[in-house]
Design a protein around this ligand. Sequence first.
Ligand SMILES: *Cc1c(COP(=O)(O)O)cnc(C)c1O
Length: 386
Amino acid sequence: MITYSKQTIDNNDILQVSKVLKSDFLTQGPKVPIFEKKICKFTSSKYCVAVNSASSGLYLACKALNLKKDDFIWTVSNSFAATANCILLSGYKVDFVDIDEDNWNLSISKLEKKLSVAKKKRKLPKAIIVVHLAGLPVDPIQLKKLSKKYKFKIIEDAAHSIGSKYYNKKVGSCKWSDICVFSFHPVKIITTAEGGCITTNNKEYFEKMILMRNNGITKNVRKFKNKNLGDWYYEQHSLGFNFRMNDLQAALGINQLKKINYFVKKRNLIALNYRKKLKNIPLNFQQVGNNFLSSYHLFIIKLKDKKKHKKLFNYLRSNKIFVNLHYLPIHLHPFYRSIGFKKKDLPISEDYSSSAISIPIYPKLSLVNQNKVIKLIFKFFKSYEK
Ligand SMILES: *Cc1c(COP(=O)(O)O)cnc(C)c1O
């Protein structure tokens, strides 16, 4: 089956995981710290915390900011539920900023307007979570400017975008942000089956997240508040949970990371092929600015005629092309409606979700299969011309 995205696993991935299976440690062994170091090196960040999912990572990021209960964090609605859930789970309040009509990421101009209104009402957010949709980064310089003016922290939900670049820096470098979170779910750029990691350059955040990942427990002698009673001794310093990544996952991650440049390059080549061959079809593509490299976790087409959306979606699915929709607006899910969000709150996000389709893109998608997708789209639109 041709899916919208999937993992690329080779024999060396399998070998590396098997080696861990035969070793002394399946979890809390040597592989996780090695993986974390390699992520730091890859992204040029100071610290990395590997976790069991990006959802866990986003939650830890929110907690690390240590805001007050009911403080606001703003984010976007055209994302996965975890992007907003982490805010509420951390005891904060959520609100949404609408997206840009051309790049489908958080709209900087709408954010600026919303901030100036919020300032008058003394309801400014303490943090913003941006999502680099499909791998395309939000402009970090413009965002940083606003964060200085309005004093909010920046969390990057980079679930789609390990390997992406802005202004020649890798996403995850945290040059213009406080904390960045990656996902290693199999549909993302590299995989650890389930898993994710957090990067930051802030030592305080790092130490908080390390503690919370492990039920608030530290075995670091230098951190003890009371007398070290012996080699069995440890202390719990905060609340936490088990958010740990295991060594099987880390071994897979280490090997996957070796291939990331190839993965991103292949995805870019496929995107280029789609853009070229589909350019005369009444579709819009995500606008990518000059200073940005997308990892192309997704290739999204947006129909100019919304009325054909469901028909094209079903047509491709009925031809065994497992397309998908990224995303149903978060604020329109029954849960978010139950806390007060409603239709027409975010017109661009809503319009986007009724016209976007993610078509297949992954490193092993052959040219034959790319062209099969392209031909089907041509055929679908041809049937309307008569
Ligand atoms: C996949 C995804 C997540 C969650 O990642 P998990 O590792 O599955 O928890 C969060 N945000 C976005 C935008 C995602 O695409």
